[in-house]
Design a binder for this molecule. Structure first.
Ligand SMILES: NC(=[NH2+])NCCC[C@H](N)C(=O)O
Length: 471
């Protein structure tokens, strides 16, 4: 896409869908079936659908109303709730972005393991070495100034949509209502409020993960032919993606029993498809995943390294992160981002569920920037005098409730683990403030929050060491 070409509704919608579907879709069926039956999954999708649409509409509204805040989603937290929250939003979004790539790495190598058994399972030594090589290749590519990877985008968008659509079409024909009905309320069989409630909760980090990227279209709003198309594309893209995801999960539950889906190797879609069409099915889906996740990896590396860079330019991160090389790549930011991915790739060895662990952590981290964008939507609309005030307040309330519900649904363990990821940020914030406001490093509230985060992090590490929290 040339810079001069303006984007129309169709292209924008494709971009929204493309920025969300990456790797998660290919394992979605088993990630949701791990703890939830069809009934709970349907409820989970309804909640996610309402919440995500409200969040998407919030992003859309905020880009229209505050075009000056173009630094990324952390700028909403900053505008609404000050520097400290702005910093933490940028930090959380960044952590989520690179942790997501750790998740991609293990998913990618499980898929490669289908073709090259040495990578079997995607979290052994060979996979770690393979993923590390890939990581530094991507690093070099970006350092040399990969800008708009238009061709890569096109290829990977086709690569992810074709297998997904083929799976859905075949799934519709192979669907068996008796399998679907059996165990509708989970493996216990009958409906019980508490059990279904906890099943629904268990799906929330999964659905958040597969929708990560919703903020994508809004980023491109400057390039839209017509501003109004951005909002339309966000909603159409969101609903389109939601339908795709719902079909993937519900059709799967009509192909195989929930308990069996939960046991499938990653990526589950490959083995579900194989069970219907035979051997070639797994190869077909695995290949699609390899291309899709590699493309998404590149895209998210660009994005992940862009965040500290943008934040540094905005004064939310220390200046060090803003350094560019001669190809205009944010070198320092890129090095530290990829360095951290490298470090976390080693967790493949200690977690026996590396993919689920990595994406659940990524989702727990991204909760904060999403929730604060929702809070800002509410805060901004409450003060506005525009004629769409009421509807925007409602959107803000729904998105905020969704954000708070996600914190609750994520569960205590993931919340505590997220604190260990936010805690090192305090140190960076301290450095930042020393640069910008040496007289007043922390306000009282910031100090209390920081101490609380640090204390929770220490507590979590203690719980991890003593085995009370396991990863
Ligand atoms: N590398 C990342 N941070 N990816 C986050 C996006 C995940 C994306 N929604 C997916 O399902 O694949």
């Amino acid at each position: 896409m040339g810079e001069d070409k303006k984007l129309g509704l169709f292209t924008l919608t494709a971009l929204v869908v493309g920025s969300m579907i990456g790797g998660g879709a290919f394992n979605l069926a088993s990630d949701m079936a791990k703890e939830a039956g069809a009934g709970a999954i349907i409820i989970g999708w309804i909640i996610t659908g309402i919440g995500m649409i409200a969040l998407g509409l919030s992003f859309q509204n905020l880009t229209n109303k505050r075009p000056d805040l173009d630094g990324g989603i952390f700028s909403y937290a900053k505008a609404g709730f000050g520097n400290f929250m702005g910093f933490n939003s940028a930090w959380g979004y960044w952590v989520a972005a690179w942790l997501g790539n750790v998740a991609y790495a293990t998913l990618l190598f499980s898929a490669l393991g289908y073709f090259f058994p040495i990578f079997d399972g995607g979290q052994n030594i060979a996979s770690i070495i393979g993923a590390s090589i890939l990581l530094w290749c991507v690093h070099l590519l970006i350092l040399r100034g990969v800008q708009s990877a238009a061709l890569i985008n096109l290829v990977t968008t086709i690569a992810k949509l074709v297998p997904v659509f083929v799976f859905i079409v075949v799934g519709i024909f192979a669907f068996r209502i008796d399998i679907f009905i059996d165990g509708f309320w989970g493996q216990g069989g009958t409906f019980a409020w508490g059990a279904v409630g906890s099943q629904v909760k268990s799906t929330m980090l999964v659905t958040l993960w597969v929708f990560t990227g919703v903020e994508g279209a809004v980023v491109l709003s400057g390039r839209a032919k017509n501003k109004r198309d951005v909002g339309k594309a966000t909603v159409i893209g969101l609903i389109g993606t939601l339908i795709i995801y719902v079909l993937i999960t519900l059709l799967s539950l009509g192909l195989m029993q929930q308990a069996d889906i939960a046991q499938l190797k990653n990526p589950a879609m490959a083995y579900l498809f194989e069970s219907v069409v035979g051997k070639w099915g797994a190869a077909f889906i695995n290949l699609g995943l390899v291309v899709s996740a590699s493309g998404a990896w590149l895209g998210w590396t660009l994005l992940a390294s862009e965040i500290p860079y943008l934040a540094a330019k905005d004064g939310v991160f220390p200046k060090w992160f803003a350094k560019e090389n001669k190809n205009k790549a944010p070198v320092n930011s890129l090095w530290i981002t990829n360095g951290l991915i490298q470090l976390f790739l080693l967790t493949f060895m200690i977690s026996d569920q590396a993919y689920n662990f990595a994406f659940s952590l990524a989702s727990s981290a991204i909760l904060i920037p999403y929730a604060f964008s929702a809070f800002y939507q509410l805060k901004y609309s409450l003060r506005s005098k525009e004629k769409d005030r009421t509807i925007n307040i409602i959107i803000g309330i729904v998105a905020s409730i969704y954000g708070i519900w996600l914190v609750y649904a994520a569960g205590l363990d993931y919340l505590l683990l997220a604190m260990t990821l936010y805690a090192p940020g305090i140190f960076i914030y301290y450095k930042l403030q020393k640069q910008n406001h040496p007289k007043r490093i922390f306000t009282r509230a910031e100090l209390i929050l920081s101490v609380a985060i640090a204390a929770l992090a220490v507590f979590t590490i203690y719980e991890l060491v003593t085995g009370n929290i396991t990863i």
